[in-house]
Design a protein around this ligand. Structure first.
Ligand code: ATR
Length: 280
């Protein structure tokens, strides 16, 4: 078998993907594993995704990641669905099971929990959490957040009906509540998680009351430029802020494991990306 036959072909589909860190992350994992991979970031639309998936599978692809705005399209195209993907109704990872059959997986929640609990030593069990946003990013992590036994999760959204709908979908014994973001308060919470997309437009999200003087942690699922508005606001207020770079690496490690069976060490990869970001 020559090296070309051994090559593990992977890709990321979404839009935009040009500045994605995922190719870099997966190549660092492959280096650790001693596995030859090709991982390309490919711009795709809802209309083109099915053809792109078939082309990758025909070229011997083993699977792919899917990002905004294609996570629910990818879910619909998959033949099989993991429990996590079913609950999110979205996929960030597909595992190819043949020329035209993909299994939908969702590793965002695992990534968030590993970053919070393992990397940052922020316990979720017994804690009160305010989740800002009720879109795709929020629904992708709720299953794993609930499984970590928090005391309460309040899902707050600008359009409260969307928060209420998400809470109905995940209804978990009264510990989940849907709120109007404009009426929400961080008072009494231990952890605030930003799952809104405001930062992608360079904006601060609408923020809950009581954040001034908040002594818990504000975890932003955004990273890079999209994290800047909230990071800067928190720095001005002297709040404890963490961006989502660790979550990005952890969800990638969970995907890499699904494709290859190799569990990558994430800490050196996170450190390397942080060093590169601070040098830029
Ligand atoms: P994603 O897949 O990134 O979650 P999405 O499904 O479009 O994208 O959801 C975006 C989320 O960010 C929504 O919860 C949205 O609130 P609405 O549902 O009320 O639109 C939230 N959002 C976007 N801009 C926001 C802002 N400036 N302030 C607060 N929430 C914002």
């Amino acid at each position: 078998m020559d090296r070309e036959d051994e090559l593990i072909r992977l890709a990321l589909f979404g839009s935009p993907v040009e500045h994605s860190l995922s190719p870099r992350i997966h190549h660092l994992f492959a280096e650790q594993a001693g596995l030859p991979i090709e991982y390309r970031a490919i711009a795709a639309s809802a209309e083109s995704l099915a053809d792109e998936l078939r082309a990758l599978a025909a070229a011997g692809g083993r699977g792919c990641n899917v990002t905004v705005p294609l996570k629910s399209v990818a879910y619909d195209l998959a033949r099989h669905h993991s429990e996590r993907a079913r609950r999110a109704r979205a996929a960030n990872t597909l595992v190819f099971q043949g020329a035209n059959a993909w299994r939908a997986e969702m590793t965002d929640g695992v990534g968030l929990l590993r970053d919070l609990q393992d990397n940052l030593s922020l316990a979720v069990a017994g804690r009160r959490i305010l989740l800002l946003g009720a879109g795709g990013a929020a629904s992708g992590v709720l299953h794993d957040l609930l499984a970590a036994s928090p005391a309460r999760i309040e899902v707050c959204n600008r359009h409260p009906a969307r928060a209420a709908a998400l809470v109905r979908r995940f209804a978990a014994g009264g510990i989940l509540a849907g709120l109007d973001l404009a009426q929400a308060s961080a008072a009494g919470c231990d952890l605030v998680i930003n799952a809104t997309s405001a930062g992608h437009r360079g904006q601060l999200p609408i923020l809950p009351a009581g954040l001034e003087g908040f002594d818990g942690t504000l975890y932003d699922m955004n990273y890079g430029l999209a994290a800047e508005p909230l990071r800067q606001w928190c720095a001005q207020q002297g709040l404890n802020y963490v961006d989502g770079l660790g979550m990005l690496v952890e969800q990638a490690a969970a995907s890499f494991h699904l494709w290859t069976g190799f569990q990558a060490a994430t800490r050196p990869v996170i450190d390397r990306l942080r060093t590169a970001a601070s040098a830029a």
